[in-house]
Ligand binder design. Sequence first.
Ligand SMILES: NC(=O)c1ccc[n+]([C@@H]2O[C@H](COP(=O)([O-])OP(=O)(O)OC[C@H]3O[C@@H](n4cnc5c(N)ncnc54)[C@H](O)[C@@H]3O)[C@@H](O)[C@H]2O)c1
Ligand SMILES: O=C(O)C(=O)C[C@@H](O)[C@H](O)[C@H](O)COP(=O)(O)O
Ligand SMILES: [Zn+2]
Length: 367
Amino acid sequence: MQSLQVELGDRSYPIYIGDQVLSDSELLVRHISGRQVAIVTNETVAPLYYDRLLSALAGFSVTPIVLPDGEAYKNWQTLQSIFDGLLSARHDRRTTLIALGGGVVGDMAGFAAACYQRGVDFIQIPTTLLSQVDSSVGGKTGINHPLGKNMIGAFYQPKAVLIDTSTLNTLPPRELSAGLAEVVKYGFICDVSFLDWLEVNMVRLRSLDATVLSEAIRRSCAIKARVVGTDERESGVRAVLNLGHTFGHAIETHMGYGSWLHGEAVGVGTAMALEMSARLGWIEAAERDRGIRLLQNCGLPVIPPAEMQKADFLRHMSIDKKVLDGQLRLVLLKQLGEAVVTGQFPRDVLDDVLSTDYSTLSANSGF
Ligand SMILES: NC(=O)c1ccc[n+]([C@@H]2O[C@H](COP(=O)([O-])OP(=O)(O)OC[C@H]3O[C@@H](n4cnc5c(N)ncnc54)[C@H](O)[C@@H]3O)[C@@H](O)[C@H]2O)c1
Ligand SMILES: O=C(O)C(=O)C[C@@H](O)[C@H](O)[C@H](O)COP(=O)(O)O
Ligand SMILES: [Zn+2]
C-alpha cells in the first residue's frame, strides 16, 4: 500500500492506494470517531462492494443509503434522500458518512456531510478511475442545476481517501476511458514527463495492468494533492484543474446530464482547449495533434456533439464558475505541461475554436 497526504493544516488527510484497502478494517476504523456510520453508495456499486465494506465495519452501527445510479440523479431530490436516510436512522453529529462509488456518489455524499447537522465527518472510497484520480481528493462537493454543472455545493474535505485499485476490475471500459481524461489532464497542465509516460503505457492502462494503473493513480493524486494544498478554494492556481471543463461542462449541461459522461465531455473540451492554444500561437500544431492523438488513444471522443452550435456553447459557458465580472476565463496551454487561466484572448479566436471542424483535426492527428 502507498500513501500520500493532502496538506491543509488541521484539515490535512491521507490518501491510501492499495489493492485490498476496502477490506482493511484497521485502516478504516482509524478515521472514524463515533459509532454511527452511513454508507452512501448506489444501486450498481452496492451489489459489488457493499458487503466487503460492511465486514470491515464490525462493531459499528451502519446505515446503508443506496442512491439511483447516474449523473441525472446528482440533484436536490437525491440529496434529500440522503438526509431522509440519516434522519430516519437518527444519526447524530458524530456520524461518519462513507462515500462508496464514483464521483457522483462522492460529490453528493460529501455535500450531504457538509450540510447534515452543519457538518459531519466523511470518508471517500472511490471505485471508478475518475473518482480515484480526481473527485475523491480536494473537497469539491455538490450537485448539478439544470442550468449549470456543479452549481450548488461546498468545499468540504474528507477525513481520508481509501483507493482500492482492485475495484477497477469491474469497471466498464467506457468508464475507464472517461477516467483517463482526468489522468491525461494532469500531464497537460503541469507534467510533460507524465504525458510521455502515459503515451508509452496507454495500452497497459486500458488493459487494467495493475502496476501501471496504480502508478497512474499515485502520480495523479500527488499532483492533485499539491495543487489543492496550494489553493484549496480555487482563488487562483487550482483553476488549472479545470482544463477542458468550460467546454466540457457546456456539453454535459446542453446534452442533459448523463448522455455524455463527464470524462467524455472533458475529453472533447481538452481537444478544444488544445485547438485554442494552437490558434493563439502558444503551442505548435504538432503539439495540438499530439494531445488530440493521446485523447483518442484513451478511447475518448474529441469531436463536439453535432447538436451543439457556437451559440449553445457560449450560452452555457457564460455561467461557468470561472466567469468574473462577466468575463469568461479559460484554462489554456502555454505549452504542453504548462497551463494558464486567462481571460486575455481575442474574441474571434474563441469564435473560430467554436466553429472548428474537429472531425478534420481528429482525422489528421495520426491516430
Ligand atoms: N469533486 C471533484 O473534484 C470532481 C472531479 C471530477 C469529477 N467530478 C464529478 O464526478 C462525476 C463523474 O464521476 P464518475 O466518472 O466516477 O461517474 P459515476 O459516479 O457516474 O460512475 C460511473 C459509473 O460507474 C459505476 N461504477 C462505479 N464504480 C464501479 C465499479 N467499481 N465497477 C463497476 N461499475 C462502477 C457507477 O455506478 C456509474 O454507473 C461527475 O459528476 C463529475 O462532475 C467531481
Ligand atoms: O478539483 C478541481 O478543482 C477540479 O476542477 C476537478 C475537476 O475535474 C472536476 O470536474 C470539478 O468538479 C470541476 O469543478 P467545477 O468547480 O468546475 O464544477
Ligand atoms: Zn472533471
